[in-house]
Design a protein around this ligand. Structure first.
Ligand code: ZN
Length: 399
């Protein structure tokens, strides 16, 4: 069904921010954008068509959350209290909290429950203006349970009433409880990549490269398995220490290296040369009370910056991408424009979504009508959902 939208201000994110005042946008019956421009120039066939009409002070592309761990079970509220009392990530992991506690909850949950809770989470994300969500597995830790998580993601991905889903096989997240042989675990997970690709259960693989996680050499093996299977690579890099993950991301042609609180100039330059996006996760740094990544250095190096929620039950206990944008501006020093491009055009680029993250004729009509006067108001005020209407492929989602 065709739909005609009027906006006092429309931000295309296509050419830098690309703003149009007193704008109109027409969604075609095919769910793609048929026309954009000044309202006064709206061609007569669209102006006079008997189509639903909507209006809003502000229209932007649908937001894209390019880094989440949104398929989980259980709750880690008890661990949060320990963390706030001064227990660090390593102490929590050693006490049986952290990733392993979510692993246990995921192991006990039925696949049906995982699908249900993921679907509910995605619906709430849509209500915040999010139309695409990258979702990682990674709490399974064994081949059987990773496949269970990936099937749950695929089930949510098949629904058109939720944000579109980009699935990632987070193959190297932590060792399963009782596993003392890291090399064997890496071999086992690398051995699963071909099957995951053949069953179309993921578009990317991911590994957590850090001092207390997996090494560059281990993650390289995974990257090589992904290349063979035709899957892209994203990496968790430099959250607690710089062990060379950014350079590895560049070497593997990864689409994105995320966290980056610890990153050297050489790593930033390598990312820029290989066009690896920087996935900034302000909510996680906020929860952990960390010093922000060196945004000025990333800017200088010319690295595309993406902002994502990192939605997970431990270190980023939120589903809100707008909250991540707001903290990104307040704590990381991003400009509001950088934060918006980081959840639209640059996020789409990091997920290989052609035509995503921008408002352009022919692109999917993924867009948000906001009850806000200006795009800067996406990051101030914050904390309250202000999306009036959220469209994916021209159809309303998130209600
Ligand atoms: Zn993550």
């Amino acid at each position: 069904m065709m739909r005609v939208i009027s906006a006092a201000r429309l931000v295309t994110c296509d050419d830098e921010l690309g703003t149009v005042e007193d704008a109109a946008l027409v969604v075609g019956a095919d769910g793609r954008i048929a026309w954009i421009g000044a309202h006064a120039a709206l061609p007569a066939p669209f102006r006079d068509a008997p189509a639903p009409r909507d209006q809003a002070p502000l229209v932007t592309p649908g937001l894209i959350d390019a880094h989440t761990h949104a398929v989980w079970a259980g709750s880690r509220h008890a661990e949060y209290a320990v963390r706030m009392a001064g227990g660090d990530y390593v102490a929590i992991a050693n006490a049986g909290g952290g990733i392993v506690s979510t692993h246990k909850a995921v192991a006990e949950a039925s696949e049906h429950d995982l699908v249900d809770s993921l679907g509910a989470r995605l619906r709430r994300m849509a209500a915040l203006g999010v139309t695409t969500v990258e979702v990682k597995s990674g709490y399974g830790l064994t081949p059987e349970l990773e496949l269970k998580q990936l099937r749950a993601i695929a089930s949510a991905a098949s629904r058109t009433d939720l944000p579109r889903v980009v699935p990632t096989f987070l193959a190297l997240h932590a060792l399963p409880p009782g596993c003392a042989d890291a090399e064997r675990h890496v071999e086992q997970m690398c051995g699963l990549v071909a099957e995951v690709a053949a069953r179309k259960l993921a578009r990317f693989v991911d590994a957590y490269v850090d001092e207390h996680a997996f090494s560059v050499a281990q993650a390289r093996k995974l990257g090589e398995a992904a290349a063979k299977a035709g899957l892209g690579v994203r990496l968790h890099v430099g959250q607690f220490s710089d062990v060379g993950g950014a350079e590895l991301a560049a070497e593997l042609g990864a689409k994105s290296a995320d966290h980056l609180e610890h990153l050297g100039e050489g790593g930033a330059r390598a990312m820029a040369r290989a066009r690896v996006a920087a996935g900034l996760l302000p909510t996680a740094a906020f929860t952990l009370g960390q010093k922000p990544p060196d945004v000025a250095m990333l800017r200088r190096a010319g690295v595309a910056m993406v902002v994502a929620s990192d939605s997970n039950p431990g270190t980023a206990p939120t589903e809100s991408l707008p909250l991540a944008m707001a903290i990104g501006v307040r704590s990381f020093g991003l400009t509001p424009q950088e934060a918006l491009l980081g959840v639209t055009r640059h996020a789409a680029g990091s997920l290989d979504l052609s035509g995503g993250g921008v408002l352009r004729v022919g692109a999917p009509a993924d867009l948000v009508l906001w009850d806000l006067p200006h795009e800067i108001a996406l990051v101030q005020p914050w904390g309250t959902p202000r999306a009036r209407l959220v469209l994916r492929d021209g159809a309303a989602i998130g209600h």
